[in-house]
Design a protein around this ligand. Structure first.
Ligand code: OAD
Length: 239
């Protein structure tokens, strides 16, 4: 399996990687659809919405503080570091992450885009200004007086169009598209494999279990991204 991936990558000039919560699971960040999905009897889908924030901003901030406090304690794992190395192995490279945990940046990735925002940023609900933000006990406010919200794309909200178009333009000319640690059911993860196929990219999936796209991709590697990716990178560097 790893040998097949390396063979595909050896001639690749342009590589795109999509990551989801699974890439950070080995760092200790809970995924969304696993057994860790519960918090005080709320589901992510019930808190990560503009309506939830309007109803009870304190509760939504409390949930983000809880997630931020977990993320502040964790470190990138070998999967993040392997991806950071990969950007130097190909003439063209782009990473798109659905994660908000900042771990790709901490691992040294530079050529990456975030499609769901970043948990360490807040945005003013009045003037739209973005600021770096870490834990505060009270509801945070902007200097204009407006209430700050997490700079995260919530359910029912539009994804950033510039990030999406740059990603799609890249996928359309990519030789290889990786889908790593995502259940591949939430848009845009669900759309990228089809676009990659339409434009003749080879698609490689890495996940600890089969997903709805496993039978569709060219190569489905079942295993932990923190174990598989470093092996791929080390074999690539030997040649
Ligand atoms: P999910 O929690 O839906 O899926 C995580 C995937 O990672 C699952 O398919 C797991 O099998 C897989 N996985 C777990 N551990 C792994 C490991 N060590 N190596 C490889 N794979 C592993 O998370 P996402 O697909 O990222 O949106 O969810 C997509 C979006 O839905 C999230 O960005 C979030 C959520 O609602 C927002 O917050 C806006």
């Amino acid at each position: 399996m790893i040998g097949t991936a390396v063979k595909i990558l050896r001639t690749a000039k342009s590589v795109f990687i999509l990551t989801g919560a699974g890439i950070s699971a080995e760092s200790g960040v809970p995924t969304f659809r696993g057994s860790d999905g519960l918090w005080k009897n709320y589901r992510a889908e019930e808190l990560a919405t503009p309506q939830a924030f309007e109803r009870n901003p304190g509760l939504v901030w409390e949930w983000y503080h809880w997630r931020q406090s977990i993320i502040l304690k964790v470190k990138p794992n070998p999967g993040h570091y392997a991806i950071a190395e990969m950007e130097n192995l190909f003439p063209r490279f782009l990473l798109l992450t659905q994660n908000v945990d900042d771990l790709h940046r901490k691992a040294g990735s530079r050529k990456f885009l975030e499609i769901h925002g970043n948990i360490f940023r807040a945005r003013c609900t009045v003037c739209d200004k973005k600021i770096g933000h870490t834990l505060t006990p009270e509801l945070p406010h902007c200097e204009c007086g407006g209430l700050l919200r997490p700079d995260i794309v919530w359910f029912g909200e539009a994804i950033p169009q510039d990030v999406w178009s740059e990603s799609i333009n890249f996928v359309q000319q990519a030789d290889v598209v990786f889908i790593v640690g995502t259940s591949a059911v939430v848009y845009p993860a669900a759309a990228i494999p089809q676009i990659a196929r339409d434009y003749q990219a080879k698609i490689i999936e890495i996940n600890i279990e089969k997903t709805p796209i496993s039978d569709f991709v060219d190569l489905s590697i079942i295993g932990k991204s923190g174990e598989i990716l470093p092996k791929i990178v080390s074999e690539l560097k030997q040649t």
